[in-house]
Design a protein around this ligand. Structure first.
Ligand code: ADP
Length: 210
């Protein structure tokens, strides 16, 4: 099983990836996390990436693909691709890369969310520095530490209302066409993301168990 998990920023890809990993023996690759780790390392490459990512723009395809290939090669497990491909060029490159490795995408899952809900969600979320959990924060009852591991919570620098809106327009322009690339291939399914995380996962699990 090799899954592409699609959806706009804030659709719940990270949350569903965590649930998928608990339920199935899958390896999770989040290109957002890969990029944030490189940025945190303080390397020269990380500095360049930081400028792009914090503005809410996309990292160039060639660079993204070259960073990903080694990670894909490092595991024999089925993979959840979270946040990748984000352009049609990346989708084509992924198919070519997997073919070279005698693997292929088995499911493309699109988590759908109404636009008005997107910015709302993004601007009220925090992430745990230690375990990576994503939490919805209520302004009335702010959470100070991660309820699962006690780690420090932070707001991603690209999660401000202005940058969230920009990411959404980048998504519409560059990532939505990826839907056409996959639709019609018999692997593509849309899931209603405007439900509780548990219900979204139930819908995903039904598709995977077919
Ligand atoms: P979200 O889905 O909430 O936008 P991600 O963690 O998936 O968050 O991505 C954060 C940022 O990392 C993106 O806005 C973009 O700048 C960069 N990024 C992530 N994945 C890719 C990719 N496949 N290609 C180019 N840039 C990417």
């Amino acid at each position: 099983m090799n899954i592409v998990l699609m959806g706009c920023p804030g659709a719940g890809k990270g949350t569903q990836s965590a649930k998928l990993q608990q339920a199935f023996p899958l390896y999770h690759i989040s290109t957002g996390d890969v990029l944030r780790a490189e940025i945190a390392s303080g390397s020269e490459l990380g500095k360049k990436l930081g400028e792009i990512v914090n503005q809410g723009n996309l990292v160039p395809d060639e660079l993204m693909i070259s960073m990903l290939e080694g990670i894909v090669r490092s595991t024999d497990k089925g993979i959840i691709f979270d946040g990748f491909p984000r352009t049609v060029g990346q989708a084509q490159a992924l198919d070519e890369m997997l073919a070279r490795l005698h693997r292929s995408i088995t499911h493309v899952l699109m988590i759908d969310l109404p636009e008005e809900e997107v910015v709302n969600r993004i601007c009220s979320r925090k992430q745990c520095k230690k375990c990576g959990a994503i939490l919805r924060v209520d302004a009335e009852k702010p959470v100070v530490s991660c309820p699962s591991c006690g780690g420090e919570l932070y707001t991603r620098p690209d999660d401000t209302p202005q940058r969230a809106k920009h990411r959404l327009s980048v998504y519409r322009q560059s990532t939505l066409p990826v839907k056409d690339y996959y639709q019609g291939g018999g692997k593509y399914t849309e899931i209603n993301g405007n439900q509780t995380p548990e219900k979204v996962f139930e819908d995903i699990a039904k598709i995977l168990q077919k």
